[in-house]
Design a protein around this ligand. Sequence first.
Ligand code: TYD
Length: 129
Amino acid sequence: MSIKIIEIPKVHDVRGSLAVLEKDDLPFEVKRVYYLYDVPTDTYRGGHAHKDQESLVIALSGSFEIICDDGKSKQRFMLNKPNQGLYIPTLVWREIENFSSGAVCLVLASTEYDESEYIRDYQVFKSLK
Ligand code: TYD
């Protein structure tokens, strides 16, 4: 599956909204969950690609932008809805910027943390594509 926004099913009533992801809604099995918070608005995160990890990135609160580079073209996504996730497959260089105050960036990952599957050098990334 290529880079795409996935709509997360939600249940809405007068008491508010509940969004839910079940295993069949995801293109991979989740092995790890992490989240970014207290991110200064003038900073950026990411700046890497993964050999193995697939991700689903969700703006649980606030907003931020993700620039995805598949080696051929770049796409910019604004995430600001808790019931939307951006699916990012392997070998996509991503940068995350323009965090709003109070933004929480949740990442569902297909792998456990393993620094050796990170590609943190853009030239190495380009050479692999
Ligand atoms: P880093 O990869 O720089 O974060 P970003 O996603 O913004 O590029 O990770 C920051 C630090 O956190 C780095 O020392 C690695 C560590 N880390 C873990 O220990 N476990 C994890 O699951 C993740 C994602 C990062």
